[in-house]
Write a protein that binds this ligand. Structure first.
Ligand code: HEC
Length: 134
């Protein structure tokens, strides 16, 4: 198909028309469709955070964050239902610990979950951990 003569040729530069060049249009359409795609992807729901917690975190930190598990006792994990523990934890610490793990010098205390959780997934976990506070 030959293109209709609605586009300026290189011979007639026109700043206004440049804004609407086919290439720009393609780019714009791409950006638009990416936006639509992003809007169509559901945000990480609280239910997903709970499912992730149960699958990846609960065996150590406990279903309700109290670390009332064998691993929790062995590893002397913090009790996330404790308001004082919560106050000492910033959202950033939780996200970082979740995505990058927890290290004590060179020793890995907790492995990183950046391969199973997205940044949004980690943020949703923050909300979940906050809900453990009593
Ligand atoms: C194998 C046991 C284990 C699992 C599974 C585990 N953790 Fe941990 N986690 C630890 C240990 C050990 C620490 C360090 C001691 C502490 O802070 O209580 C820790 C610390 C943390 C901290 C506190 C970091 C800090 O600086 O105080 C957060 C937040 C955390 N874990 C979140 C998670 C999340 C979210 C998951 C699941 C995606 C998870 N953990 C899975 C063992 C585990």
């Amino acid at each position: 198909m030959t293109r209709a003569h609605s586009w300026p040729t290189d011979a007639e530069p026109n700043p206004g028309a440049m804004l609407c060049s086919p290439r720009m249009k393609t780019k714009f359409a791409l950006i638009l469709s990416l936006g639509v795609l992003a809007a169509g992807v559901p945000t990480v729901l609280a239910a997903d955070a709970k499912a992730n917690w149960d699958e990846h975190c609960a065996k150590c930190h406990g279903a309700t964050g109290k670390a009332d598990t064998k691993m929790g006792a062995r590893l002397k994990l913090k009790d996330y239902s404790d308001a004082k523990v919560q106050a000492a934890l910033t959202d950033e610490i939780i996200v970082k610990a979740t995505l990058e793990g927890v290290k004590d010098g060179d020793k890995e205390k907790m492995k990183a979950y950046g391969d199973v959780l997205s940044a949004d997934g980690a943020k949703a976990i923050v909300g979940l951990i906050r809900s453990f506070k009593q």
